[in-house]
Write a protein that binds this ligand. Structure first.
Ligand SMILES: [Zn+2]
Length: 296
């Protein structure tokens, strides 16, 4: 890259500072363009399909008795999700169960709208129930931020760690992986592909967001030990096919490029999964150490 004149470096520096300021200053629910950018739907393995956008992951588990959809995303994503489901040859109206990765607007803001459109049952992990039922107001971090709110949705079944969600021949297991939200959920299932059974892990989120208070947090006193639990759980899960709430977790675009030759094998990545979990745990521990070191 050619060297930039001083003035443009300054402009860039000011812009970057402003962007960080806005981000940290409360307008957290700003969108990333990739969140609403369409992505081709595709068959991952067994009865599992990708029906998300470039930046927000949605999964369809299709059965003859109806379908399970993971994540509702933003309102703007609903037409994209519907189009993806239909492009794969399924009916959006056959979605019988709606699940989420965790109760943040980028994964659950359109739940009320999808529940209305499909008549699906909403099943949510206990710790996230007050958040989804209050449209984001009960969130420990963003509850006071109007830009992080969305239409509230009634939960039909409250899930607990280890609960199974069954529909037709599909069985998903809900693993409580809290910290990022109180009910953050990592979904696992088994798929049969080319005569083999593969373990699928759909990571909820192990991220410590900017501004998260890991020490002496009156709104979430057990946040640090919850993250500890999350890393214990994630490390214990058998994983062949590595997926998550955002495509960025598992390099979806890179893997999709190889998907055309390799098929489902492109998403088999146990090493990538272990590396991702180890990296996120390192980030969490560094942040915890930093916050513990700050004199109070
Ligand atoms: Zn989140």
């Amino acid at each position: 890259m050619a060297p930039r004149p001083y003035s443009s470096i300054m402009t860039l520096a000011i812009r970057t500072t402003l962007a960080i300021f806005v981000f940290a200053g409360g307008a957290y629910a700003q969108q990333t363009p990739a969140w609403t950018e369409p992505f081709p739907p595709f068959h991952i393995a067994g009865n599992l399909y990708y029906v998300g956008s470039k930046g927000l992951a949605n999964y369809l588990i299709a059965t003859p008795q109806g379908h399970i959809l993971i994540n509702s995303d933003l309102e703007a994503n609903v037409p994209l999700i519907r189009a993806s489901v239909e492009k794969l040859g399924f009916r959006f109206g056959d979605v019988k169960i709606l699940l989420i990765s965790h109760a943040h607007w980028d994964h659950d803001a359109a739940s009320a709208s999808i529940l209305r459109a499909t008549g699906a049952k909403y099943m949510v992990m206990e710790g996230d129930v007050p958040v989804v039922e209050s449209g984001g107001k009960a969130d420990f971090q963003y509850g006071a931020d109007a830009s992080a709110r969305y239409p509230s949705a009634k939960v039909d079944r409250v899930l607990h760690d280890g609960d199974e969600v069954k529909l037709g021949d599909a069985v998903l297991v809900a693993h409580l992986t809290p910290g990022h939200t109180k009910g953050c959920t990592t979904w696992t299932m088994k798929v049969r592909e080319a005569g083999k059974t593969e373990d699928v892990v759909i990571v909820g989120s192990p991220n410590v967001n900017p501004g998260y208070k890991l020490v002496d947090n009156p709104l979430y006193p057990e946040i640090a030990s919850d993250y500890e639990r999350t890393f214990r759980v994630l490390k214990s899960l058998p994983c062949d096919i590595f997926l998550g709430a955002h495509g960025g977790y598992f390099n979806m675009e890179g893997k999709y490029a190889r998907f055309k030759e390799l098929g489902a094998a492109a998403f088999v990545d146990p090493d990538g999964y272990r590396k991702f979990v180890a990296e996120k745990e390192k980030e969490f521990r560094a942040e915890l150490t930093r916050q513990r070191g700050v004199p109070r």
